[in-house]
Ligand binder design. Sequence first.
Ligand code: SF4
Length: 226
Amino acid sequence: MDAAPATDGRRTREWGDLLVVADGAYELRHRSDRGVPRSDLSARDPASFRGFVRSDDDGRYRPFAGERSLPTGWVLSDLDGRELLRAVAAVYPAAVEEWADDADPVPYREVAARQTGIYERVSNLSREQLIDVTEAVCGNCAKRREWDERAGDALPVDRGEGPLPCREPCSFLVAAAREVLVDEPPEEQPPEQPAADVPPGDLTDPANRYRVRYRRAGGTHTTTHR
Ligand code: SF4
């Protein structure tokens, strides 16, 4: 990670939605909890941390690691370097390695061509559909998108910012790409708001937050049947 700026006598670094504090030992918390007294945060056990960060503040399963739904209000304290890396990897698996490798991004069309079985169809996604699904999914991710539709052919979608690179479309993006190629029942008016009781990972439900985000992005393109 980059050199950290000094803040209230301690050195800090944001890493996605995490805040690393270096003060002799390391401390980890949600970046939105910057400035909150440690005593006001819930101390987490590193041994159960990986399971803890898989759910959001409302207890819903988080469908991809970068989703901007990391729970808040917790702290991991007195970590050594190894424990810090293990905790960071629990939240963003392989992100430190991807950042250090600085590998070339893999474009969407290349990832789509690799898919088999029910995911083969994602090669049929039009450029317009790809733009909208990228906006819907990557627009709610803590990573900075480096991939495009094809090498040298930038998608007109905000890449996000921050130190965590995303070098190729993740499995959730691919799953969402498959789902937007499926017709919604024509007799049903799709909901305008996501339903709180629909899991973020249930892409089959028209009230799923990513399907609503896709429609808002303009996703009204021609679809095919399952
Ligand atoms: S493809 Fe998009 S949603 Fe998936 S990890 Fe990369 S930036 Fe995040």
